[in-house]
Design a protein. Structure first.
Ligand SMILES: Cc1cc2nc3c(=O)[nH]c(=O)nc-3n(C[C@H](O)[C@H](O)[C@H](O)COP(=O)(O)O)c2cc1C
Ligand SMILES: Cc1cc2nc3c(=O)[nH]c(=O)nc-3n(C[C@H](O)[C@H](O)[C@H](O)COP(=O)(O)O)c2cc1C
Ligand SMILES: Cc1cc2nc3c(=O)[nH]c(=O)nc-3n(C[C@H](O)[C@H](O)[C@H](O)COP(=O)(O)O)c2cc1C
Ligand SMILES: Cc1cc2nc3c(=O)[nH]c(=O)nc-3n(C[C@H](O)[C@H](O)[C@H](O)CO)c2cc1C
Ligand code: SF4
Ligand code: SF4
Ligand code: SF4
Ligand code: SF4
Ligand code: FES
Lengths: 210, 208, 443, 340, 192, 283
């Protein structure tokens, strides 16, 4: 066998075999991975919208961007609030927040930090419940604000984490930006209409599984 | 095979001290630094590497006679990448939190110098059994090293060991230990410690 | 300030007041002289006399045909005691003629006014200089006649007399400029004639105003001679630095003053040339400053070449005390320490400096703290701290790469180092290693 | 190959001197040296730091004194300890460890815990200096390294400030913001006069410009620092800060504010000038200070941390070997085109 | 503007070596002499730029188009290995002097995780083609800078009296730690 | 599932195949043969980069050996064994390789020779020699041990008399010490040389004797006693052994008044012996 044929065979065979193996493995693992992702999403929605038992996915495309919000529904299918993701830069990298908003668009119902790479012990304390819980029932008008080293005084204020002003600021800014965008893209009445048309996620995922 | 048995033990053993990867061979340093901010992460990374190392060493040594020398490296790398992808998917499916914590460092096992180093340096020249032992030894040595690094950094950086709060409230965690700088410093210190122990050993050997 | 100078350099304590106002005394005639057959840069001489021969003061006792060399002459009347290896101020043992004197001495005088330099031919001047065994008296003892014979195609436009005398303690040149002013100026004119140079300059440091005054007066009649007053700074007297200060020319690395059209000579050399041509007197005696805190009575002495240090020092009251001392051939910055007092005064011995143990550098040194002092003072703009390391560890390639061979060994770097690192000594080791390596490579 | 330093020379030379020495000494030229010495330089720097220490004690009281003492003592102890276990000559008294301790203390907030001060000093001396072989061999400024280590280890504690206790001001013992943090996070500017005198919250020794200037000028007068370094550094800060200020005076503070606030003065007079960790060549020194100053301002104005002086100096420290190697001055008489 | 930000971010602020721990092995191994370090840095920069240029189309037009993202690692590594090998062969043929200086480092680059890391980050951050190339180049520049600094320091340390057990890799790692401390000053300079 | 399988198999197959073609092409086009023997040769050499072979480092010698420019016994440090291996690899008969040893040719330590001054400065021989040295004998060993520092094989030490000692069992003959010595006191000799004049002084006898008790005073007794005419001669006031003539036993050394010419048998010190002979130090 000349060396070219050998090289050719070597690489092709290994390529094909690995392609096949990976495709097989993907087939086995991918559903599990998807389930994990969905579970994570669901859990975070239920955290920021505590009354929710299920949710509906509402999507709308503005220009190039696709915006997604999740309408939380309780056991009886009644909407209890909407949730959406807010992303933006923190001290080190991206901070992703799940934000829960009241149906009346006046107050936050809660937030959960999804991903962040802030400094452990400092910035990453934004993931602690003590910080996240501050956002319950915070007014979003005119804007969510943070103050340093003192107890919040106004209904739209939270207290920044000492030594992590930048991270705290980033969370607040992300929330404000995302809220503003949602308010603009999904006016209240339109939201209700869309919500009525959409199916709950649990139903959809079941369909998808089939 | 039978007459190989005594050396098999040696092939295994050498990975545990004599050639222990990050400290002695100075290979696979990137994951050693990157994912050892806690014991669990370190061990998970070590086990993932162990898995890939075993598979790739086995395959490489099995097919070593059929490989064209010009594409040797490419071929080995592809084989390694294959198993890394498998490990990555497995982790993502079964242990999502760990997968998240290790981040992009699981795929980077592909280019972990240990794997190619062992494939090139050992499996390529040896039969299947010694290669397996070599993989086991080196892999376990690597895992242990990561666990030690993780232990020190977690202890100092969080005051805990395997998430169990060891040091009391009085201890103010050293955040630096979780940061890149701490990783380098601890690694450097451990290399010096390993040097120290082996210097002691050789000194003891020559002047009884 | 405001005077011409070069970049960097140092301002050590000079201690010149010890001897600067003392007239030159003539030393007693030595009983024995040791005249090494190599007192100059270049080929050593072959002895022309043998044990038992009677010799006359001024008689040639060693010569060789090599171009870069200079003959040596007996400095006293007497009998050759031996021709043997003897201690040389450079630390080695060198073939020398040892002469026992008979206590007599002769006059070197020619009646009448000095000759007219314009009547002499360059060849005559050069040959006389060579015959008289004149070598540079500023320290390096390079045969002067060689300097005056530039290779074809190189024109010399300036003769620069070096009267800076920047070494601490030394005042020999200072006294020459005051006491033998006319001889210096005459010597300069002869040098100009010999080289065909149109300009004659005399560089003097600003701390010798009386010398400047005297020279200005003596040179008054010659429009082509100028006196350059330079800043008092060490190593102003190094020829490259002096050329920079006087003419603002830079001698390229590895080249000679000649390449920028200059010949530099010591003022003492010029005076010796006067005597060689007018009095037919070879170079057999010179002015030596004997100074330092280890000398009882510092003096400027006119000494026969070959007189031992011991004899010279004894004429200056001897050593001050019994403690350990350092005896230097030259000044404290560039002088060479002697291991014994039986070494002779050479043609290039401008001073004998004796320092007490307490006043010389300590034995101990500290690590380099990168204070940059050495870099800031190096007149050649080198990086002494690094060169020292490379020299010390014999890293020849790096040493050359960092221009170690350009070092003029002035010692400024070691002088200023707060860690007292023996930088220059290391650099010397480095230079030596380069030389050895080159020799080995050739083989 | 390592430096054959003192102890080597001493023992070998002593034994070689042998029994039969005459009274002459031989050595290589130059034979006499100036009177500077490392301890002399270092002790002068210690003196020059006294005004800043005094100011910090005046403004922050007993705790400031305590921290200075703890840092100095632990630096000296660490050095002693390291040299003992390495069996090297003990050079604690040359004063460099004292400087490191004092400077480290001066960069800490007055409320910093004693244990932290000890840890920082230990790191500064043991890792930052002795692991490289001790005085003269370290690459990074040990005091700043200790500070940076503390910043990364206890970021909260090291950014918890107390107000200076001066007559007329209410004592706000819990926490106060430094002028730079006020500027950065709240957009407030502190009056320049307060900055000049030191009547502001901040690290102990960084606050009083006048005290630092006093020490710095004394050092300059003694000739132990090169004017290029502090002035170049401050000048570069002023120019870059000024450029920002001119572009948007409402948003960015004036150049004077940059010079007076934070660690600029202490850094420029005492840390940029550290001989060991700054370049030796003139060009290298210029590059070092100009880039360093610019970087300090950029970190201050755009970065995540309020203070840039420390990081800018540390960062430039890492370049010093390269600078020394590649900015060698042109050798006297060196010609580019070698004609033969 | 975005390109400049990407450049600064990848070369300084998020320096691969000092903040992401990628490419540590060559960083430790080839940093003993400045000349070697420079050559290694240049070779790496070159390969990184090429890698970015080559893997982006593969990702976009193969993996995404055919919806087979799980082939990512295998496909990328094939491309990188081929590229490095090609560059090595090419240099060896075209310029033996350059090969002498560079060639020995090239095989090291295949197993330099910074190169694969680069491709993965590029995909993760959804850069477009031009951005990817800039990113690749900037990462290489950052690597070169870090390794050059380290080599300068290590050359300086040749004369230093480093304790015996700390000599070599150990002190190098500790210096890297100090450099990482210094680099922390850049944190938050450019967010995201 | 099926589709996925096919797509991935095909795409990977194509990628692999394309790569193979690409590399094969590159391989053809850019093939350069590097001699694999260089690597193998390097493996045989000791790897201590001592420079004894005259090349900068072992790698260089490996290249030169393979290209035939260096003699197979160029490596002095490896000894006979290495020479044999190299010869085997190069496919030639092993050349004769005499073991070389360093010999210290000065016996004037503290006890025998006078020191006329106190040296202050860097404690290395080259540095001290630059100042002329503190020893009265300007040819003799300065005793600062630069040769000992130069020896990479731990084959030397300074004895209590301030003279270097070569350990017979350790010296590999690399010559580093001889190159380091500023006074050329160390010479490299084949193992079978036994007769040495342990003095370098070119001074006349009277002076030599004055400054050092064991100097060669050029008295010519050894020249007369040598059983072969011309086996030993006097040159520049120093006895010189002609190794091609002089018998290497100690006959001719019997009457040397200073004992500076010796048969070196008694000189062969091993490392162990040397350290065993030192007085025990506390701690
Ligand atoms: C090692 C280190 C890590 C840091 N991590 C964070 C962080 O994760 N989040 C943050 O907002 N600031 C972080 N900082 C920035 C400082 O703590 C910064 O001074 C702080 O954000 C200012 O807040 P303060 O005004 O409450 O002190 C970090 C600083 C250091 C030195
Ligand atoms: C090998 C050599 C050749 C020299 N040739 C000349 C020459 O041709 N012309 C000249 O003017 N000087 C010549 N010099 C003398 C130097 O310029 C210089 O004056 C001498 O080395 C003493 O300088 P110093 O006292 O500054 O060390 C030569 C020197 C050396 C070492
Ligand atoms: C550092 C240094 C300092 C010198 N100082 C003097 C000096 O003060 N006076 C002097 O005549 N020559 C001095 N020289 C020697 C001159 O460079 C030069 O060789 C000499 O003036 C040439 O004249 P000559 O050949 O007549 O001696 C010095 C040389 C060096 C390297
Ligand atoms: C002008 C001057 C400034 C100094 N600055 C510092 C400093 O900023 N930090 C420090 O640790 N030591 C400083 N030192 C002391 C000493 O140089 C330092 O500890 C060395 O870096 C230790 O090798 C300084 C010394 C001098 C003379
Ligand atoms: S390096 Fe040479 S030229 Fe420069 S200061 Fe030192 S001795 Fe003088
Ligand atoms: S003067 Fe001395 S301490 Fe200063 S840089 Fe030069 S060698 Fe180092
Ligand atoms: S004693 Fe000399 S020749 Fe022998 S091994 Fe040592 S350095 Fe080489
Ligand atoms: S033999 Fe030479 S190198 Fe060795 S100690 Fe004696 S003088 Fe020094
Ligand atoms: S593991 Fe990253 S380069 Fe080796």
């Amino acid at each position: 066998m000349n060396s070219f044929a050998k090289m050719f065979l070597n690489l092709t065979v290994v390529g094909v075999v690995s392609g096949v193996i990976l495709a097989g493995a993907f087939h086995v693992f991918d559903p599990l991975i998807q389930i994990n992702k969905e579970k994570e999403l669901k859990e975070s929605i239920f955290v920021v919208l505590p009354e929710a038992k299920d949710y509906k996915v509402l999507e709308k495309t503005v220009g190039k961007e696709k915006l997604t919000v999740y309408e939380g529904i309780d056991a009886s299918g009644q909407p209890v609030g909407i949730a959406f993701k807010a992303d933006g830069g923190g001290f080190q990298g991206n901070i992703g927040v799940m934000v829960g908003l009241n149906l009346d668009y006046l107050k936050l119902k809660g937030i959960k930090i999804l991903d962040q790479v802030e400094t452990p012990g400092l910035g990453n304390r934004i993931s602690e419940p003590a910080f996240e819980d501050q956002f319950k029932n915070i007014e979003i008008t005119p804007k969510v604000e943070y103050i340093k080293n003192r107890k919040p005084e106004k209904p739209n204020q939270i207290q920044a984490i000492t030594g992590a002003t930048i991270s705290s600021n980033a969370v607040v800014t992300n929330i404000n930006n995302a809220v503003a965008r949602v308010l603009k893209t999904f006016p209240k009445d339109e939201m209700i209409k869309m919500g009525e048309q959409a199916k709950p996620a649990s139903a959809e995922s079941k369909e998808h599984q089939k | 095979m039978v007459d190989n048995t005594p050396t098999l033990w040696y092939e295994f053993k050498k990975g545990l001290w004599q050639d222990i990867p990050p400290f002695r061979l100075v290979l696979g340093t990137c994951p050693t630094l990157a994912v050892t901010n806690s014991v669990i992460n370190g061990v998970a990374m070590g086990l993932a590497t162990l898995f890939v190392l075993i598979c790739s060493n086995l395959i490489v040594s099995a097919i070593r006679k059929y490989v064209a020398s010009q594409v040797r490296i490419a071929l080995y790398v592809v084989i390694i990448a294959l198993f890394v992808t498998l490990a990555d998917m497995f982790l993502a499916a079964m242990f999502p939190p760990i997968s998240k914590a290790l981040g992009p460092y699981v795929p980077l096992i592909v280019v972990n110098c240990i794997l190619l180093g062992r494939a090139e340096g050992f499996a390529q020249k040896n039969p299947v059994m010694p290669s397996l032992m070599d993989a086991l030894g080196i892999g376990i040595g690597f895992t242990l090293s990561l666990a030690v690094m993780g232990g020190i950094r977690e202890m100092l950086g969080f005051g805990s060991f395997v998430n169990f709060k060891l040091l009391g409230e009085w201890f103010e965690p050293w955040i630096v230990m979780i940061l890149p700088a701490g990783a380098f410093l601890v690694f450097g210190g451990l290399v010096a410690l390993v040097n120290y122990i082996s210097h002691r050993k050789t000194a003891a050997g020559t002047n009884p | 300030m405001g005077h011409k100078t070069f970049d960097r350099g140092i301002h050590p304590s000079y201690y010149k007041e010890l001897t600067s106002s003392m007239r030159v005394e003539t030393a007693a005639l030595p009983k024995t002289v040791i005249i090494p057959l190599q007192q100059h840069a270049g080929a050593p001489c072959q002895p022309l006399v043998k044990k038992g021969d009677a010799v006359q003061e001024g008689q040639k006792i060693g010569d060789v045909q090599a171009f870069v060399s200079a003959p040596v002459h007996s400095s006293i009347n007497g009998k050759v005691k031996d021709v043997d290896l003897a201690e040389h101020p450079n630390g080695s043992r060198v073939l020398s003629v040892i002469i026992d004197g008979d206590g007599t001495s002769r006059e070197w005088k020619a009646g009448g006014a000095p000759m007219d330099t314009s009547a002499l031919t360059p060849e005559f001047i050069r040959d006389t200089i060579r015959d008289a065994g004149i070598v540079g008296m500023g320290g390096a003892a390079f045969p002067t006649s060689v300097k005056l014979a530039p290779p074809k195609g190189k024109a010399i436009d300036t003769v620069l007399l070096n009267g800076c005398e920047c070494e601490p303690f030394l005042t020999a040149d200072h006294r020459i400029m005051i006491e033998e002013t006319d001889k210096v100026v005459w010597g300069l004119r002869a040098l100009m004639k010999a080289t065909g140079a149109a300009n004659g300059l005399i560089g003097v440091e600003e701390n010798k105003p009386d010398a400047v005054e005297a020279l200005k007066k003596a040179a008054g009649g010659h429009s082509d001679i100028r006196i350059i007053v330079t800043e008092t700074k060490y190593p102003q007297g190094a020829e490259k630095m002096l050329i920079k200060a006087a003419l603002n020319r830079k001698v390229p690395t590895g080249r000679l003053p000649l390449d920028v059209g200059v010949v530099v000579n010591n003022v003492g050399t010029a005076a010796a040339i006067f005597e060689a041509i007018n009095h037919k007197k070879p170079l057999i005696e010179r002015i030596v400053t004997v100074s330092g805190n280890g000398i009882k009575e510092p003096k400027n002495l006119k000494v026969r070449i070959g007189t031992t240090f011991e004899e010279v020092i004894n004429q200056c009251g001897g050593l001050a005390g019994d403690a350990e001392m350092e005896v230097l051939n030259g000044g404290p910055m560039m002088g060479v320490a002697q291991t014994t007092l039986t070494v002779p005064v050479l043609k290039g011995t401008s001073g004998i400096t004796v320092l007490t143990a307490a006043s010389i550098k300590p034995l101990k040194y500290d690590p380099c703290i990168r204070c940059a002092s050495c870099v800031e003072v190096c007149p050649m703009a080198l990086m002494p701290y690094r060169l020292g390391d490379y020299g010390r560890t014999a890293r020849v390639a790096e040493f050359k790469d960092w221009a170690g061979l350009s070092c003029i060994e002035c010692g400024c770097c070691a002088y200023v180092c707060p860690s007292k690192r023996p930088l220059l000594q290391w650099i010397r080791v480095g230079k030596l290693r380069v030389r050895i390596e080159a020799a080995r490579a050739k083989k | 190959m390592t430096d054959k330093t003192t102890e080597n020379t001493e023992t070998k030379a002593a034994s070689a001197a042998g029994p039969k020495a005459e009274k002459l000494i031989v050595s290589s030229s130059p034979h006499f040296l100036n009177t500077e010495s490392v301890p002399k330089i270092m002790h002068t720097v210690v003196m020059a730091l006294f005004p800043a220490v005094a100011a910090s004690v005046y403004f922050f009281g007993f705790r400031a004194l305590l921290l200075v003492l703890v840092c100095v003592a632990s630096c000296m102890l660490s050095e002693y300890w390291m040299q003992k276990i390495r069996k090297k000559p003990v050079t604690v008294y040359d004063g460099s460890a004292i400087i490191t301790g004092m400077l480290l203390a001066l960069t800490l907030p007055p409320s910093f815990p004693v244990f932290g001060a000890f840890l920082g000093s230990f790191f500064a001396i043991v890792v930052g200096k002795q692991l490289f072989g001790g005085l003269g061999f370290n690459i990074f400024n040990p005091a700043l390294l200790g500070r940076a280590f503390m910043q990364a280890t206890y970021p909260v504690l090291i950014t918890t400030w107390t107000s200076p206790r001066t007559v007329g001001h209410a004592v706000d013992a819990v926490s106060a913001a430094t002028p730079l943090a006020l500027m950065k996070f709240e957009g407030k500017l502190t009056p320049l006069m307060d900055l000049f005198v030191g009547n502001v919250a901040g690290s102990m020794g960084e606050t009083s410009v006048i005290a630092i200037l006093l020490g710095g000028l004394y050092l300059r007068y003694k000739g132990y620092i090169n004017w290029k370094l502090p002035l170049g550094y401050l000048g570069s800060m002023a120019v870059v800060g000024g450029a920002f200020w001119l572009a948007d005076p409402a948003r960015y503070p004036s150049p004077l504010f940059h010079l007076f606030a934070g660690g600029a003065m202490l850094g420029a007079w005492f840390m940029v000038t550290d001989m060991v960790t700054s370049p030796v060549t003139p060009l290298g020194q210029w590059i070092f200070v100009v880039l360093g100053g610019a970087m300090a301002v950029i970190i201050r104005l755009l970065g995540g941390l309020p203070e840039g002086v420390m990081y800018s100096i540390l960062f430039m420290n890492a370049f010093v070997p390269l600078l020394n190697k590649h900015t060698r001055p042109k050798v006297f008489g060196e010609i580019k085109t070698e004609q033969s | 503007m975005k390109l400049i930000l990407i450049f600064i971010s990848a070369s300084l602020i998020n320096n691969f070596v000092l903040t992401y721990f990628l490419g540590i092995c060559p960083f430790l191994g080839v940093s003993n002499k400045t000349e070697n370090a420079l050559n290694m840095g240049l070779a790496t920069t070159f390969v990184m730029t090429l890698t970015a240029a080559a893997t982006w189309p593969i990702y976009t037009y193969l993996l995404v188009k055919f919806n087979v993202p799980f082939l990512e690692y295998v496909a990328f590594i094939i491309v990188i290995a081929a590229l490095v090998q090609f560059v090595e062969m090419y240099i060896r043929k075209s310029s033996p002097t350059l090969y002498r200086a560079l060639g020995i480092y090239l095989p090291l680059i295949t197993t330099n995780c910074a190169v694969l890391g680069l491709a993965l980050f590029m995909v993760l951050r959804e850069y477009n083609y031009i951005e990817s190339i800039i990113f690749g180049f900037a990462t290489g520049v950052g690597f070169t800078m870090a390794i050059l600094m380290m080599s300068g320091i290590r050359e300086e340390l040749e004369f230093a009296d480093v304790p015996r057990h700390f000599q070599g890799i150990s002190i190098t790692l500790i210096i890297a730690g100090m450099m990482a401390l210094a680099f922390m000053g850049f944190a938050g300079l450019i967010r995201g | 599932m099926g589709l996925l399988l096919i797509i991935s198999a095909i795409s990977m197959g194509v990628l692999g195949a394309g790569l193979a073609v690409f590399l094969a092409f590159a391989d053809k086009k850019f093939q350069v043969q590097e001699d694999p023997r260089i690597e193998a040769m390097l493996g045989l050499l000791p790897g201590s980069n001592c420079g004894g072979c005259g090349y900068p480092g072992c790698r260089m010698l490996a290249e030169k050996l393979v290209s035939g420019e260096a003699p197979q016994n160029a490596c002095v440090a490896g000894g006979m064994e290495t020479v044999a291996k190299i010869a085997e690899m190069l496919g030639v008969e092993a050349a004769e390789h005499k073991r070389m040893l360093a010999v210290v040719l000065c016996k004037g330590g503290y006890a025998e020779s006078e020191r006329r001054a106190t040296y202050r400065g860097e404690a290395t021989c080259t540095a001290a020699n630059l100042t002329g040295g503190d020893k009265s004998c300007t040819y003799g060993c300065l005793g600062y041990g630069e040769c000992v520092d130069a020896c990479k094989f731990d084959a030397m030490a300074m004895n209590s008399n301030g003279l270097p000692v070569v350990f017979y069992d350790r010296c590999v003959g690399c010559g580093a010490c001889a190159r380091a010595c500023p006074r050329d006191i160390i010479e490299m000799h084949p193992e079978d040389h036994r007769l040495f004049v342990y003095c370098r002084s070119r001074d006349r006898g009277a002076h030599a004797k004055k400054v050092c008790g064991v100097a060669c005073i050029a008295c010519s007794l050894c020249v007369k006693d040598c059983s072969v005419q011309g086996g030993i001669t006097i040159k520049d006031n120093l006895a010189v052994v002609n190794y091609s003539l002089a018998p290497q036993n100690d006959e001719s050394t019997r009457r040397c008044p200073t004992g500076c010419i010796l048969s070196g048998m008694e000189e062969q010190v091993t490392k162990k012996n040397f350290y065993a002979s030192l007085p025990r130090q506390a701690g």
